[in-house]
Design a protein around this ligand. Structure first.
Ligand code: ZN
Length: 75
């Protein structure tokens, strides 16, 4: 089953639903819907870890997913 990928966080066995990629030069991280194929420079994350993702200080996180309405972020 090519889509049965797991979260890459240590100790987590959740199903991957999102793919995280980085550009160190621009200090930017992108969160996308799960990529069709895994890639050595990206990280697959489960829904929980994708939702609670944080990036290093000074970095920008751009969430490009269309999975879930951002109901939890109506500050
Ligand atoms: Zn996880």
């Amino acid at each position: 089953m090519p889509n049965a990928r797991q979260c890459t966080r240590p100790g987590c066995s959740g199903s991957a639903v999102a793919t995280l990629s980085f550009n160190h030069e621009h200090a930017t991280a992108w969160l996308d819907d799960l990529a069709p194929e895994s890639h050595p420079s990206t990280y697959d994350l489960c829904k929980r870890h994708a939702t609670h993702l944080s990036v290093p200080k000074g970095w920008e996180l751009r969430d490009r997913r269309n999975l879930v309405p951002h109901l939890a972020f109506t500050a």
